[in-house]
Design a protein around this ligand. Structure first.
Ligand code: LP5
Length: 241
């Protein structure tokens, strides 16, 4: 079996180079994989499945084509696109995964997360996350008129840009104690996540056993993908054009 993991593409009309690279990735790497996992922040901002755009239409058509050709596609929410819903997934032929989610790869239990919930030192973000992601808020947000969601989304992005510039870099990274605790609780020795835009493979010890945390990269200056098959895990970057 071959698996492909990507995250943090931040697809947006302003970056056609990323969209092109993603479509190329679907026609090449993803086509050769049995399963494609998109672990959050697929879109720069997703305001709801009713917010149609030429970009959304193009991406849905490409995913649906891949799914019809036999690659199973799994999608997890990120902090930018947690309003991706059933309508998108049905049209694109994807299955929405909860965060966290465990899969079995080559006989090993592997934990998948977006990664934002591991950044527990970022207290302001944690507070905002709790506020936005509780079921009542999600219900209200989903039912606001699109124009209001657009306004709130813009405000949140602007505020987030200003605040993240001022936060020390260790605050916006995962908390290692939280990582170890989560891996122990879930009974895994491999964790794959995105969000932090710090691609790397980190060895660590869980209950005195060697383990690994694989961080996917964001698609900005390059594309990033993790390929998994019987030969193991390979985290790779490639040019966008
Ligand atoms: O995204 P990234 O990686 O740059 O930064 C994240 C955290 N920021 C966010 C916010 C997103 O960037 C924007 C969310 C857009 C969602 C759109 C869909 C929903 C629209 C709503 C429809 C109604 O997630 C950032 C972290 C960083 O990761 C690293 O982990 O630090 O967190 C922040 O910057 C949060 C600030 O610290 C606190 C912000 C308080 C916001 C108050 C704004 C008030 C306006 C609200 C109006 C209701």
């Amino acid at each position: 079996m071959r698996y492909l993991f990507i995250s943090d593409l931040h697809l947006q009309p302003e970056r056609p180079d990323i969209t092109r690279a993603f479509l190329h990735c679907l026609e090449t790497r993803a086509k050769e994989a049995d399963e494609l996992y998109i672990l959050g922040d697929f879109f720069e901002v997703w305001l709801g499945d009713d917010a149609q755009s030429p970009l959304a239409t193009e991406v849905i058509a490409a995913l649906s084509h891949l799914s019809a050709s036999g690659t199973r596609i799994y999608l997890m929410h990120g902090n930018r696109d947690f309003l991706l819903g059933k309508r998108f997934c049905q049209a694109a032929g994807c299955t929405l995964l909860p965060d966290p989610h465990i899969v079995e790869l080559n006989g090993e239990k592997v934990l998948l997360m977006h990664g934002d919930s591991l950044c527990t030192d970022d207290l302001a973000y944690m507070k905002m996350r709790r506020l936005l992601r509780n079921p009542l808020s999600l219900f209200i947000l989903r039912h606001l008129p699109l124009s209001q969601r657009r306004k709130i989304g813009r405000k949140l992005r602007d505020e987030s840009k200003t605040q993240t510039r001022q936060k020390p870099s260790d605050i916006t990274d995962v908390n290692l104690g939280q990582v170890a605790q989560t891996m122990r609780d879930q009974g895994v020795l491999t964790l794959i996540h995105g969000h932090t835009h710090r691609p790397a493979v980190h060895p660590l010890m869980i209950a005195e056993v060697p383990a690994q945390r694989i961080v996917l990269g964001d698609w900005d200056n390059a594309g990033w993908a993790l390929e998994v098959d019987e030969r193991g895990y390979r985290l790779e970057s490639f040019p966008l054009s």
